[in-house]
Design a protein around this ligand. Structure first.
Ligand SMILES: *Cc1c(COP(=O)(O)O)cnc(C)c1O
Length: 482
């Protein structure tokens, strides 16, 4: 500030219009009515401060002084700032990664039935914890536990915020200060901070590891059981596979052992599907019902993986154990909100009509989309993408493999199609491909693909008709704007 002389500074400030005058101007009226006076005033002050700073530094550097501020320019600056600040940070993207249940992109997409139920729950009071038959206080689990039991064959059920919470709560309620026997082959980390040994110690339970990484026998479990044992636990090794010289004692062997010793078995199924996916040509995953029937006393699984619902953790099993879990103080902290319950119920209801499931349940529809149908989409989008990207790149429609994601079989298994972008001169892509990947990521609706084998790959499995039209429109606007 001190490098500007007094008279120059006075001249400078004289060119800045008064805040009150600008706020009362016709140009600012729509902004004030839309965004409210407080925000507009702050944004205007910021814009004027920025202008003063620029004027001062122009002055200090001996540059010609800035012209008088014109009100249209000021209005445009303030409006752009307000629009930017009020834009949602949670944005829709195109998931062209080839991973259907992509954890970083929000996992399962929900059917319209759930959307409608959530809208109603958002805007109208509901019997969330109110028993309409008696007029007394109810339990939010009552809204959904019968349906879960019908679909899984379990005696009782409860729902919490996610499967990590389901495991934490189960261990806290059933095994605090006691031992839980787990095979060394199942001490998994499921992305982020979910590691079985850590969850175990957070829950106050003591992990009793048995067997080895590749082989664990029934007698390993048997020998580990002692007076301090609370549970035997099996964890679905969701995101990796051990092959070769391997052996894991199965639930069908472990459950009778546990029961004979007066203990319970908990199974963390991870993705936990409610139907046999091999009926749709997908890889087989153990269903929740089969797991209950094989003798699991508690089964935990996610709501937003193969189940195709909202983020949630479902806990099903023996009535007395579920009652204990529901009474634990952590249940109150980990419970789900009404939006989750509203979204989950219609998804579960879809499972009552398994013959319609591949059409109605978004996740299953995407997983079972035929390679031919995806191929047609790739042919439709190819030319538009080629035009949008220009002659520097070649865009080809090629077969590729999608993944289920979220830990269900961690390998490429679904024949799909997509667009493969390479450098037109046959050179290695390197930083040009990275720049292209960034450019697509910065579009109005970001396009998320993946770089592999010196090409940018866009798998179109998750691009259904409405999204395809939107992507084509966005790409068309891009090359017309060039
Ligand atoms: C995914 C997964 C979890 C964590 O479930 P969230 O719903 O993401 O909390 C826990 N255990 C297994 C085996 C999983 O696959």
């Amino acid at each position: 500030m001190s490098d500007v002389s007094g008279s120059e500074l006075r001249a400078l400030m004289a060119r800045v219009p008064s805040v009150e005058k600008v706020m009362a101007s016709a140009e600012f009226a729509p902004l004030v009515s839309g965004y409210g006076r407080t925000q507009v005033l702050n944004a205007l002050r910021d814009a004027l401060d920025a202008w003063r700073l620029r004027a001062q530094s122009a002055d200090a550097e001996g540059n010609p002084p800035l012209g008088a501020l014109d009100s249209a320019q000021l209005q445009a600056t303030v409006e752009a700032a307000l629009r930017g600040r009020n834009e949602s940070r949670l944005r829709s993207v195109f998931n062209l990664t080839g991973t259907v249940l992509h954890t970083n992109l929000g996992r399962a997409l929900l059917p319209d039935e759930s959307v409608r139920a959530v809208m109603t729950a958002l805007t109208q009071p509901a019997n969330l914890e109110f028993d309409l038959a008696t007029g007394k206080r109810g339990d939010r689990d009552d809204l959904i536990d019968e349906l879960i039991c019908e679909l899984t064959g379990a005696e009782a059920a409860t729902v919490v915020n996610n499967n990590a919470a389901a495991v934490l709560l189960t261990l806290s309620a059933l095994a605090a200060k006691k031992e839980v026997v787990v095979s060394r082959g199942e001490l998994v980390e499921i992305g982020g901070a979910f590691r079985i040994p850590d969850i175990m110690s957070r829950a106050g339970a003591k992990l009793r590891e048995v067997g080895t990484t590749n082989r664990t026998h029934l007698k390993d479990y048997d020998e580990a059981i002692n007076a301090r044992t609370a549970l035997l636990m099996k964890v679905h090794a969701s995101n990796y596979a051990i092959s070769g010289f391997t052996k894991e004692a199965g639930l069908a062997e472990i459950a009778p052992l546990a029961h004979a010793r007066g203990l319970a078995v908990a199974v963390d199924l991870g993705s936990g599907t409610l139907v046999d996916l091999s009926e749709w040509g997908l890889p087989r995953e153990p269903t929740v019902r089969e797991t209950v029937e094989a003798g699991a006393d508690i089964v935990t699984f996610s709501g937003d993986k193969l189940l195709g619902g909202p983020q949630a953790g479902l806990i099903v099993g023996r009535r007395d154990l579920i009652a204990k879990i529901k009474k634990h103080p952590l249940k109150r902290a980990l419970r789900v909100g009404k939006l989750t319950l509203a979204a989950l119920e219609p998804v579960l209801q879809l499972y009552r009509a398994p013959e319609k499931l591949a059409e109605r349940l978004t996740t299953l529809r995407l997983l079972t989309r035929s390679a031919d149908e995806i191929h047609s989409a790739a042919q439709r989008v190819q030319l538009v993408l080629q035009q949008a990207l220009g002659a520097r790149y070649t865009v080809a429609a090629e077969p590729m493999f999608s993944q289920i994601g979220s830990g269900a079989l961690p390998v490429d298994v679904l024949p799909s199609h997509g667009l493969v972008v390479r450098m037109a001169d046959g050179k290695r892509g390197g930083r040009h491909l990275l720049a292209l990947e960034k450019q697509l990521r910065e579009m109005a609706r970001p396009v998320i693909g993946r770089i592999a084998d010196d090409a940018l790959r866009l798998d179109l499995r998750c691009l259904e008709a409405a999204d395809e039209a939107q992507l084509i429109a966005q790409l068309t606007a891009q090359y017309q704007g060039k």
